[in-house]
Design a protein around this ligand. Structure first.
Ligand code: ME8
Length: 508
């Protein structure tokens, strides 16, 4: 039976519309999902929207609609954006769905029965955009350290989650599972935070109504983070399908931004432990995409909508930029000029040109049919090397370095053509040598189509059909199908086609 692989993105707040920051995480998760499918895994890939809490309630009020109407409208914008970017999520969860309410209530009851939720009163400094409490020491001149706006003093009688009781268990867990939080700088941040001592946190609210009521006290609704994090369990059958839940949980990867690391690597595993459930296997927190050196935000009006870039670069061009030009881990600055330059260099010139020149030559010199490639031809070793580098890089989610290895292989194939000059061989009447070089290049293209398919689903599939190959590169399996000469391609009918990535003009 195929191995299960469960990957998630954060569920995005519906107070905001999708921007390239959200797309950054989601495209990475999609590429990982596609990558695991190439290995034959049965991939469960979840994304969705976070629809409860004060932020959403306030956004709805401001727009004069009910929170549900607001959530319906904005959630759809996220779903449409993911469709535009060829995201292959297998489920899309909304926290206002009945399945989620049922699962969260069952989970809460379990944690309450286990004695980890208790009534207490609390006075604290609350930041609405963070949906979190702070203490004086956390603040910058009285302002939220993350949003730079004043916090509100809030006093509530609330239910508390006894996070403090999990300090040692979390430290033990992370000592036994050093791979559970990555990159390493984030793991150190998490350990440092736990070692400072963990405070219990308020997990219910009476001041708002937009949330899931506590099953044992309906005057309280569940704190938005307590509700939101559980989406990862709801979607794989926590309440509805225990057999499936046992099979799919724990998640293999939660991909998140560094802003929500503590929630995922401290609160969440403790909440799971409190219910007798296993923590996720890996939490990977990437950095922020900045625009002009600043974090994107509604107030700064510097958010970029994915659709605006897709219009120019196409969905593959968008995916390539955020995965390969940007490093997944540290912060990165978005620049349109850089995106354009790399698009022209890597996609139009390197990838696109290779495909069109090889197909053009094959059509002209080989009667539009694939000649045989040489067993262990000159490019075979380079293809093995590309796969090795990609496999190693993907183990640490280093998309940039992994796919650069594939582009190096593309570069090597282009260099091979320059070196052998098949047009000269053909002119000299050496049909055998011409066919050998073209056969090698077509085999390289077949392998390139498979290896680039997680990042460029459209172009790789188009290339695949121009190569006269049946099905789609997504059906290939690694490593067998990228072994040099592993597919019977001789005599396949080849098609030239238009440029896969038309060159874009650089504005003067
Ligand atoms: O935090 N650069 O939702 P959210 C890179 N609902 N990634 C960015 C980014 C940027 N500039 N801006 C946003 C929430 N992101 C909660 C999550 S999960 C149980 C609940 C991405 O809409 C990044 O993944 O504020 C970040 O963690 C997430 O969007 C925050 O999305």
């Amino acid at each position: 039976m195929a191995q299960k692989f469960y990957v998630t993105t954060p569920i995005y707040y519906v107070n905001d519309v999708p921007h390239i920051g959200h797309a950054y995480t989601t495209v990475a998760a999609d590429t990982l999902a596609r990558w695991r499918r190439l290995h034959g895994d049965d991939v469960v890939f979840l994304t969705g929207t976070d629809e409860h809490g004060l932020k959403v309630q306030q956004a709805a009020e401001k727009n004069g609609v009910s929170p549900q109407e607001w959530a319906d409208k904005t959630s759809l914008r996220f779903a449409e954006t993911w469709k535009m970017l060829d995201i292959t999520n297998t489920d899309f969860i909304r926290t206002t769905e009945p399945r989620h309410r049922v699962a969260v209530q069952e989970f809460l009851q379990r944690v309450y029965d286990n004695g980890f939720i208790e009534l207490d009163s609390y006075e604290g400094l609350y930041c609405v955009p963070c949906e979190a409490y702070y203490v004086e020491d956390d603040l910058n001149n009285g302002n939220c350290p993350d949003h730079g706006i004043p916090v509100e003093r809030v006093k509530e009688e609330n239910y508390f989650f006894r996070l403090s009781r999990f300090e040692q268990r979390l430290l033990d867990y992370y000592a036994e599972h050093p791979e559970a939080v990555a990159p390493e700088s984030r793991r150190n941040e998490v350990l440092g935070f736990i070692k400072q001592g963990l405070r219990d946190f308020s997990m219910s609210r009476t001041s708002i109504t937009w949330g899931i009521p506590l099953p044992w006290d309906e005057n309280h609704v569940t704190y938005v983070w307590f509700d939101a994090l559980f989406n990862y369990c709801t979607a794989v059958g926590f309440s509805a399908d225990p057999e499936r839940f046992a099979e799919v949980w724990p998640a293999d990867y939660h991909l998140i931004g560094k802003d929500i690391l503590r929630f995922h690597a401290v609160f969440w595993p403790a909440m799971l432990m409190a219910a007798g459930l296993e923590p996720p296997k890996h939490v990977f927190a990437h950095g922020f995409l900045m625009v002009g050196g600043e974090r994107m935000s509604k107030t700064r009006l510097n958010q970029i909508a994915p659709a605006d870039l897709v219009e120019t670069f196409g969905s593959d061009g968008f995916r390539y930029h955020f995965l390969v030009d940007q490093h997944f881990g540290p912060d990165g600055d978005f620049s349109f000029e850089q995106m354009l330059t790399r698009y022209n260099a890597d996609l139009a010139n390197n990838f696109g040109n290779l495909a069109s020149r090889v197909l053009n030559m094959a059509v002209s010199y080989c009667d539009s049919a694939t000649p045989s490639s040489r067993e262990n031809g000159p490019l075979a070793a380079a293809s093995v090397h590309a796969l090795e580098r990609l496999e190693t890089a993907m183990e640490s989610l280093n998309f940039s370095s992994g796919f650069t290895a594939v582009w190096d292989f593309i570069g090597a194939t282009n260099a091979y053509i320059e070196d052998r000059q098949p047009w000269a061989l053909s002119k000299a009447g050496d049909a055998e040598a011409t066919a050998a070089v073209i056969g090698d290049c077509l085999e390289a293209l077949r392998i390139i189509a498979i290896l680039s398919s997680p990042v460029l689903p459209r172009a790789s599939s188009e290339l695949w059909s121009r190569l006269g190959l049946p099905g789609s590169p997504t059906e290939a399996r690694l490593p067998t199908d990228v072994v040099w000469g592993s597919a019977s391609t001789v005599g396949n009918s080849l098609v030239k086609g238009a440029a896969l990535f038309p060159r874009l003009d650089v504005p003067s």
